[in-house]
Design a protein around this ligand. Structure first.
Ligand SMILES: Nc1ncnc2c1ncn2[C@@H]1O[C@H](COP(=O)(O)OP(=O)(O)O)[C@@H](O)[C@H]1O
Ligand SMILES: [Mg+2]
Length: 218
């Protein structure tokens, strides 16, 4: 089996404060890792490092066997997609957000594809032209997710994306993530959700910037 990520002795220190310490982690291609741990333990920091949004102070990261630093960030971020803890939409409308993945690939916007994606998370076609300020938190989170999945990445990094969602919306989001995972996407999901932790096939725990031994829930 190949490994999509290999992290070797990752440390990240900011202003003398160690945010990540001696992280060694191997992620097999196609895995579904669940990452948990106390607030402030470095979970978001670790995802940001994997997403190239933060750079470790020391250590090495290989992505598909090649140093992360050898990739162009614009190419890398099409392959490794990070969903923020707070859904971050930009521009004026939902269309502005769903057009973005087409724009960066210099492909004409395909509204039919965008509508299919909206419908896949139980959002109506009319939402395409809704102002983002009119959306609920759960609607924003779903739009942010499908924006990341219109052109499926190899890795999906999820930062507490189901926190605060009502049970129905949570189920829709789980289904979307599962269907992409079944198609081979590697998922690394940060969560505090007790059910998600209990159902994790591979559970990792960060405490004060250090990774604890892997505990397999099942
Ligand atoms: N850019 C940054 N500069 C300085 N400190 C940061 C930065 N990002 C995060 N931190 C600190 O790193 C620690 C871990 O944060 P974070 O990764 O967000 O934790 P978690 O996601 O587990 O709650 C916290 O103490 C936070 O304040
Ligand atoms: Mg966090």
């Amino acid at each position: 089996m190949t490994n999509i990520f290999e992290l070797n002795q990752i440390n990240l220190t900011i202003d003398d404060k160690p945010l990540l310490q001696d992280i060694n982690l191997t992620v097999p291609t196609g895995a579904y890792l669940t990452l948990t741990g106390p607030s402030g333990s470095g979970k978001s920091t670790l995802l940001r490092v994997l997403a190239t949004l933060m750079t470790p102070t020391s250590g090495t990261i290989a992505f598909n066997g090649k140093p992360q630093a050898d990739y162009l960030k614009t190419d890398y971020r099409k392959l490794v997609s990070y969903c923020f803890q707070q859904p971050s939409l930009f521009g004026d409308t939902v269309r502005d957000n769903l057009a973005f993945p087409f724009d960066i690939r210099k492909i004409d916007f395909d509204s039919a594809q965008a509508i299919t994606a909206l419908q896949s998370v139980d959002l109506p076609e009319t939402m395409l032209d809704a102002k983002i300020t009119s959306l609920s938190g759960g609607e924003k989170q779903r739009v942010a997710l499908i924006r990341n999945l219109l052109f499926p990445p190899q890795v999906l990094l999820l930062d507490e994306v189901t926190t605060g969602l009502d049970p129905d919306t949570k189920a829709i989001v789980h289904q979307l993530i599962e269907s992409h995972h079944h198609q081979g996407i590697t998922v690394i999901a940060v969560t505090h959700d007790e059910t998600e932790v209990a159902q994790a096939s591979t559970l990792l725990r960060l405490v004060a910037g250090r990774l604890e031994e892997t505990a397999n829930a099942k």
